[in-house]
Design a protein around this ligand. Structure first.
Ligand SMILES: [Zn+2]
Ligand SMILES: [Zn+2]
Length: 345
């Protein structure tokens, strides 16, 4: 089968690999029909994720058809149409029993990281019963791919951790796919304002279409001043960090109102200054999280019933044969206006 393989920092290729086999009774082999590329895959390719070893097939998002199941799998059978979660969960360990599947001692984020991933014709999914979801008949496959990672991540790490409330004010720093996923799902709670902050006017224009009430281009370094002016000097109840660099976290510190919450989503590679000399008296909370995907079944219902339309997040389509081109396009988003790219396998 064809598979996108991480070879070394800065190096990847589309290679021929054997089709994976069942290695444990709880495994399923899924014939992938659609996958996508995540910002995290770009981090791996930069060498930022040393736990991902060369030779790994990348990808932790996708949908497909069950090809084979191990003898212990009871919820799925060959032919079932399934959503693959970016988080693998055994469903039994201490963390899983708390709903914190991201820290499952036998799973967590392993797909396309510690085990071979979804950017291939077939993928082996451990603990299939608790790591896959059935896709209802007639659902739009492209939209469902957005449920593997970015919608639950934006919702759980941004909206829920950020305690978005009816009538509250929200700012989302970073208008890429994850920030936009937070923007879409924040609207479940009817906040009065959602202000999007980004360096790229195209992404801010997209955010307006997605329901942002205002946008701020931060390229002049004056985003906090502009936001404070917009909010009569008050700041926002929820500041969601959706980039993962010190500058964007610092904006969140500058704009959170007393009593507010900074909800971090971004994958940070370097340390960030925490301005406790200003925030010690401000009653603020700072949250971090790796997506648990406990909200995936709920989000699946909202997508199937068209309460939200994640197709808006998809900018490009490619075939697996041209996945290297898809990486080029996704990696140069400012130039190509790429959001999520769907790869048909
Ligand atoms: Zn991801
Ligand atoms: Zn577990």
């Amino acid at each position: 089968m064809k598979a996108l393989v991480y070879l070394a920092p800065g190096k990847k290729n589309l290679e021929d690999r054997p089709i994976p086999e069942i290695t444990s009774p709880m495994d399923a082999i899924v014939k992938v029909t659609k996958t996508t590329i995540c910002g995290t895959d770009l981090h791996i390719l930069k060498g930022d994720v040393p736990t991902c070893e060369p030779g790994r097939i990348l990808g932790h998002e996708g949908v497909g058809i069950i090809d084979k199941v191990g003898s212990g799998v009871t919820e799925f059978k060959p032919g079932d149409h399934v959503l693959i979660s970016c988080i693998t969960a055994d469903g039994k360990c201490e963390y899983c029993r708390k709903g914190m599947y991201s820290h499952c001692i036998n799973g967590g984020w392993i797909l396309g990281h510690k085990i071979d991933g979804t950017q291939a014709e077939y993928v082996r999914i451990p603990y299939a019963d608790t790591s896959l979801y059935k896709i209802p008949a007639g659902a739009d496959e492209d939209a469902i791919v957005m449920l593997s990672d970015i919608l639950p991540t934006g919702f759980e790490c941004g909206v829920l951790n950020g305690k978005v409330q009816p009538g509250s004010t929200v700012a989302i720093v970073g208008s890429g796919p994850i920030g936009l996923a937070a923007l879409l799902t924040a609207q479940f709670y009817s906040p009065s304002e959602i202000i999007m902050i980004d360096l790229d006017d195209n992404r801010l224009a997209v955010a307006k279409k997605f329901g942002a009430t205002a946008t701020i281009n931060s390229s002049d370094g004056k985003a906090p001043e502009k936001l404070m002016k917009m909010t009569n000097g008050r700041g926002v109840d929820t500041a969601i960090e959706a980039v993962g660099i010190p500058a964007t976290f610092n904006i969140c510190e500058d704009i959170v109102a007393p009593g507010g919450t900074i909800a971090n989503i971004g994958v940070h590679g370097t340390k960030v200054d925490l301005h406790l000399e200003r925030s010690w008296s401000q009653n603020i909370s700072i949250t971090t999280r790796l997506v648990d995907t406990f909200a995936t079944p709920m989000l699946l219902k909202t997508v199937v019933s068209k309460k939200i339309n994640p197709n808006l997040l998809i900018s490009h389509h490619f075939k697996l044969d041209t996945i290297l081109e898809a990486y080029e396009t996704f990696g140069q988003a400012a130039k190509t206006k790429a959001l999520k790219v769907i790869i048909d396998v």
